[in-house]
Design a protein around this ligand. Structure first.
Ligand code: FAD
Length: 443
């Protein structure tokens, strides 16, 4: 019996419970629907990454992936009726938009006598599953991660043998994909399940051993760079956890990803509003915001990060924290301004990890993160990019400066030879402004 596998954030063939279920019941229509609401809302970088990932999956199915454009609540019933299927298999979705959309699609499928069958989610442990002893959601990471490890997850599944049922592709979908890939960041990595596995094998061979220490150094290839693949489901966290074990430091980072998805599942409104409002005034930084976006603030580590983001559609975690702190605490912007920009630029842009990462930095989010912590971009640069290699790589105007001198061009006689901008703010002054705003709130 024919069934439909509706691919969304699960663009792979191995360890795919929904695909395994579909393949067990007969031939399978593998379908990707370009939803104009999501497509137009994504920035060019994220769109390019999704498009390249779809193309890689189409290649992996030897062209059997069926592409359509439109509202899934319209497209799914049409496809189901045209092949005489009654079942649509999916990986469960947990984002606020995804949940609303899936409810609409389920209702539309009922109208044509079909049903949706979710299997699993893009997370090791499905969001909403891990609870406190009182039965409520966790708001603090460490106890969540303990309960998450205790809960555990199944072993990965092998890729099933699939008898694909072919259908003609929508020409508009093919064009949208080609156009989107044309706008890719210049150094976007190779997309797809095979590339994800290759990257994982490379990381395990070269960097996993030193991950604990090297993960904070942006000049070093010390992290796995798997976030874009995890985002689109080219690889599943279960597959990674099976290799590294649940007690490893790497597993803790995967737990952060699951934690933020769990927080968002329990509190969907916190996608764009404060989890714990600070009730302080925020500024509209106008011209300074543009300097932040374009990596021309005059603070070398901040500018290096923003330029890496533009070139690769990815930024190192330490530098995400530094650049986010600069926008929220030196320029006094409310975090959604930066979160929106990151989501548009990042190929791993993910509303749970991104928006709660921003809230953690801004001090409005989960955990007892000290809202009064203001990162000093100069000392952060000197500590985590001690030799200055990261800044020299991304800020050519400073490439002539030796060692850690790149972090303080104002102290070097040749600091501004390369036409690098002067700092747009005085960090000490802006730090005090932030602290004064917090203090006024406490009185
Ligand atoms: C302001 C800000 C915005 C962020 N936006 C995103 C985003 O849009 N998408 C995204 O995937 N991550 C985001 N992160 C988290 C983190 O920066 C990235 O997951 C990480 O840099 C990805 O690189 P990697 O795969 O080499 O990480 P690794 O160090 O190799 O970690 C392995 C995996 O663990 C997960 N992980 C690691 N750190 C975190 C974290 N702090 N929060 C959640 N998951 C984590 C990721 O899935 C990552 O791929 C953000 C962090 C901050 C501070």
């Amino acid at each position: 019996m024919t069934s439909v596998l509706w691919f969304r954030r699960d663009l792979r063939l191995a360890d795919h419970p929904a695909l395994t279920a579909a393949a067990a019941s007969g031939d399978v229509v593998g379908l990707f629907v370009i939803d104009p609401v999501l497509w137009e809302r994504s920035g060019p970088a994220r769109r390019a990454w999704v498009a390249a990932s779809i193309r890689a999956l189409a290649d992996a199915t030897d062209g059997a992936l069926v592409l359509r454009v439109g509202d899934p609540a319209v497209v799914l019933p049409e496809v189901v009726e045209s092949v005489g299927a009654t079942t649509v298999h999916v990986t469960g979705e947990v984002t606020p938009y995804g949940r609303r959309r899936d409810a609409r699609v389920a209702a539309a499928l009922t109208e044509v006598g079909a049903t949706g069958h979710p299997s699993g989610t893009p997370y090791a442990v499905d969001p909403g599953t891990v609870r406190t002893q009182q039965g409520g959601p966790f708001q603090v990471f460490t106890p969540f991660s303990r309960a998450w490890r205790d809960h555990g997850w199944p072993d990965p599944l092998p890729a099933p043998n699939v008898e694909w049922r072919r259908m003609r592709n929508d020409a508009e979908a093919t064009k949208l994909i080609t156009d989107a890939i044309r706008d890719a960041p210049e150094a976007m990595p190779e997309a797809g399940e095979h590339a994800a596995r290759t990257q994982w094998d490379r990381f395990r061979a070269d960097a996993l051993e030193d991950y604990d220490t090297a993960r904070d150094l942006p000049a070093v290839e010390g992290t796995s760079r798997l976030s874009p693949y995890l985002k689109i489901g080219a690889i599943h966290p279960r597959q990674l956890l099976a290799d590294v074990g649940k007690t490893s430091r790497y597993a803790t980072e995967i737990a952060w990803r699951d934690f933020y998805a769990d927080v968002l599942w329990n509190r969907p409104e916190t996608a764009w509003s404060d989890l714990r409002p600070l009730a302080i005034p925020y500024d509209d930084p106008a011209d300074d915001l543009e300097a932040w976006r374009t990596g021309t603030t005059g603070f070398p580590i901040v500018d290096a990060g923003m330029r890496q983001l533009a070139a690769e559609g990815w930024m190192h975690n330490r530098v995400r924290m530094i650049t986010a702190s600069f926008l929220t605490k030196d320029l006094h912007a409310w975090w959604p301004t930066g979160a929106r920009f990151f989501l548009d630029q990042l190929i791993d842009g993910d509303v749970a990890s991104n928006n709660h990462g921003w809230q953690w930095v801004a001090g409005t989010g989960t955990d007892a993160s000290p809202y009064f912590r203001v990162f000093n971009p100069i000392t952060q640069g000197k500590k985590f990019d001690a030799d200055g290699d990261y800044v020299r790589r991304w800020v050519p105007e400073l490439a002539h400066l030796p060692g850690s001198a790149v972090h303080e061009p104002w102290k070097h006689p040749l600091g501004y030879e390369g036409d690098y901008p002067r700092p747009i703010v005085d960090h000490a002054v802006e730090r005090q402004v932030t602290l004064d705003r917090y203090a006024a709130r406490e009185r």
